[in-house]
Ligand binder design. Structure first.
Ligand SMILES: O=C(O)CCC(=O)C(=O)O
Length: 280
């Protein structure tokens, strides 16, 4: 049985998002530690998909050249500004237990973006990046005191189906624990690379992965455009991004969501409130 089939058999998911668990299963924990990624089916309900796609349709109509083959929504504002359905994904109950286990009990939302790919290369091209070596203190993967610890982990939501053969997310399973750098001459994804596993799944699937795992975007051959949301989380005191969120822009956030947007710090009790921090 391949790891992919194994994963399919043990995560054959609840059919609705209401079947929420409070923690990762031992099988999910095993697979994430083994592979550096985990596929979570049905992370979004059919209703969520409809609304998230409808909002994205409007954004595409407003911002994306119909002739362009790909586009990344990044750098001109966060997906959190696209409306409550996007803000609610911050602490998606189907995924939050995984995030809290993989980055720690006080997860911090580090950054986000969305990609659409109509054909061929993604906005970042077709080159693998990341990996356990050389060690990267912002994207580490380690295991201490009986717990997985990721410096930066990603929840990638498929808003459209990704079928086998379409392309999409490509992973080098186990590479988050590699002791040697990934060979430079193998990094291109335009040709089949036996080290790379295409990770597929229908709309609503979430692919969780450690940024320390070598990964990239396989060239897209799907009939429908690929639509992927990337929500990235760090431990409370760590930041990959140089930009921090301003929670005051989103008055409808819950207390938990607001806490996830706090700038990196150790969450000590007498810290200045967001907006009151002193520049030293
Ligand atoms: O397209 C993908 O699934 C991978 C994207 C990625 O690795 C990145 O944005 O850094």
């Amino acid at each position: 049985m391949t790891t992919a089939t194994l994963q399919e058999s043990i995560t054959s998911a609840p059919s609705t998002v209401s079947a929420v668990r409070s923690e990762m299963t031992p099988e999910e924990r095993y697979l994430f530690d083994l592979q550096g990624y985990l596929v979570v089916p049905n992370a979004l309900s059919a209703d969520q998909l409809r609304v998230l796609n409808a909002i994205m349709d409007e954004r595409i109509a407003a911002e994306v050249d119909p002739e362009s083959t790909q586009h990344r929504f990044f750098g001109t504002g966060s997906l959190l500004g696209w409306g409550k359905p996007y803000r609610d994904l911050l602490d998606n109950p189907r995924i939050l237990p995984h995030v809290m286990e993989l980055v720690g009990p006080n997860p911090r939302f580090d950054h986000d973006y969305a990609d659409i790919i109509r054909t061929g290369h993604s906005p970042i091209g077709a080159t693998l990046h990341g990996g356990g070596a050389p060690y990267d203190e912002s994207c580490y993967y380690t295991h201490r005191d009986g717990r997985i610890r990721c410096g930066l982990m990603v929840v990638a939501y498929n808003l459209h189906d990704v079928h086998p053969g379409d392309g999409g997310f490509g992973a080098v399973p186990g590479s988050h624990k590699a002791n040697y750098p990934f060979p430079q001459q193998w990094k291109g994804l335009d040709h089949r690379n036996p080290c790379v596993t295409p990770v597929t799944g229908p709309a609503g699937t979430a692919i969780l992965f450690s940024e320390a795992m070598t990964h990239g975007a396989l060239p897209w051959h799907g009939k429908q455009e690929r639509r992927t949301l990337f929500y990235k989380y760090s431990p409370a005191a760590i930041s990959w991004s140089a930009n921090y969120y301003d929670a005051s822009k989103y008055p409808d956030l819950t207390e938990r969501q607001r806490a996830m947007l706090e700038a990196p710090n150790a969450r000590y009790g007498h810290r200045p409130k967001p907006g009151e921090a002193t520049l030293l």
